[in-house]
Write a protein that binds this ligand. Sequence first.
Ligand SMILES: Nc1ncnc2c1ncn2[C@@H]1O[C@H](COP(=O)(O)OP(=O)(O)OP(=O)(O)O)[C@@H](O)[C@H]1O
Length: 484
Amino acid sequence: MTPWIPDFAPRIPGLTVERLQAWLPTIITVAVVLVAVVVALVVTSRLLRRVAPRTHWYLIGFPLLRLRMRHSWRHLCLNADLTGTDRPTTGQLGPLLVKGRPIMPVLPLLTRIRPRSFGATAVILLHPGQVPEPFVNAAEAMAHAWQVHAVRVDARLRGRVRLTILTADPLTSPRAGAGGGAWTIEPPQRSAAVASDPQDAITKSVTAAVAVPADLAAEVGHREDGQRWAIDLATFPHWLITGATQSGKSTLINAAVARWASRPVALVGIDCKGGMELAPHAPRLSALATDRAEAADILAELVAETQRRMRLCRQHGARNIWQLPEPVRPVPVIVVVDELAELYLVASRADKDEALRATTHLLRLAQLGAALGVHVIVAGQRVGSDLGPGVTALRAQLAGRICLQVNDPETADMTLGDLYPDAVEAAQQIDPAVKGVAVTTAEHSGWIRARSVYLPPEHLAAVIAGTAHLAPVLPGLTPPERRE
Ligand SMILES: Nc1ncnc2c1ncn2[C@@H]1O[C@H](COP(=O)(O)OP(=O)(O)OP(=O)(O)O)[C@@H](O)[C@H]1O
């Protein structure tokens, strides 16, 4: 007797209307409880996400991501051509040698999926014969399949690729750009002042603060993997910074200078736009060029200084200044060039000679300076061969690269393309509305996105005023504050 159970419904042995009616209250109760549990879980999850995002991530977000990764892995590998095979792809058919795709492709192993504060990391084990390139190209597909902000693929390990999975863009949060409480004015790290006599810059007294390689690392912001972003001259001796106007070049330089200011280093500014950009640093600078003629003279003195240091190293059998005995170790010199194009552009014959003099000295500094403690930080809107001869040779010396938001693909390509071709696209995708975001050279991962810290002008002024007495006087150069 089954009057209201439709004919097409599957017959369940022993199920009758009477029994169904008897179970109905229980079924309704269970359904209500289930719905209530699901609603409670969703509400708790949302609440937890708002109140304790980190706990939410470890308890709920990460297990769900892991499920999604495992669930989609097969489809992803098949669609993005990431499969390998354990069968030979050629075989003999009678007298013929045939070649083909295996019917049963083997998936590379997705393993070591670990939660991190920024998302997760994972490792893919490659099959023999597989190369990392398809995985690098599939990063976008992975991000879509797993519904995350981005997947970065590190292909430098042998036999495996490492994935860095970012659930959200950590650089766009208001906190990322703000100087906030994270920025503190560092007191001078060693008590004594840097030598201020020109000759002492080469042979300093034992009591003066002695520079150590750690002094060369300036923390300037945060990287998207949650680590601190540092411009470290001990790792990359010279740096190139490009970015459109208002992209955050000066802000980045300010952050770096504020860090270096409290260390025993000499800072030299080359700002041929009348010194407007680097003027706030003037009290802490050992020299400041405000036009190209001054730039050429200052750079010539610095080339002479590198030659003196070379002789010093030769006398002591040292291969770089860090191998020199502390009493004679000279202070590192960091030359900041704001708007490189101003050094290269020529309108007349006289301009040409001056530009050639300035740019040749700059190139020589970049070629010779690394081991001698003379470092070059070059910033500009464009750094292409259209600026003049020698600019590509200079760029080749600048191993540290930072590309802020740029207006044309060529600039991103000129900044990153020769070293990190896959970073060019990431640089082009920087949102102009989020200031200070950059694609930068990273010691262990090739390149990474990062955002500089914003240092309010009054904060920078306080750091510069508090460290002005540390500015060393370099041979042949007059600090801007002592000029007539
Ligand atoms: N990391 C950052 N966080 C927040 N705001 C920033 C950041 N970097 C830059 N800005 C904002 O963007 C503005 C422009 O920055 P900045 O002057 O450094 O750009 P620029 O590239 O040097 O421009 P120009 O080439 O015109 O001198 C700053 O006034 C600041 O308000």
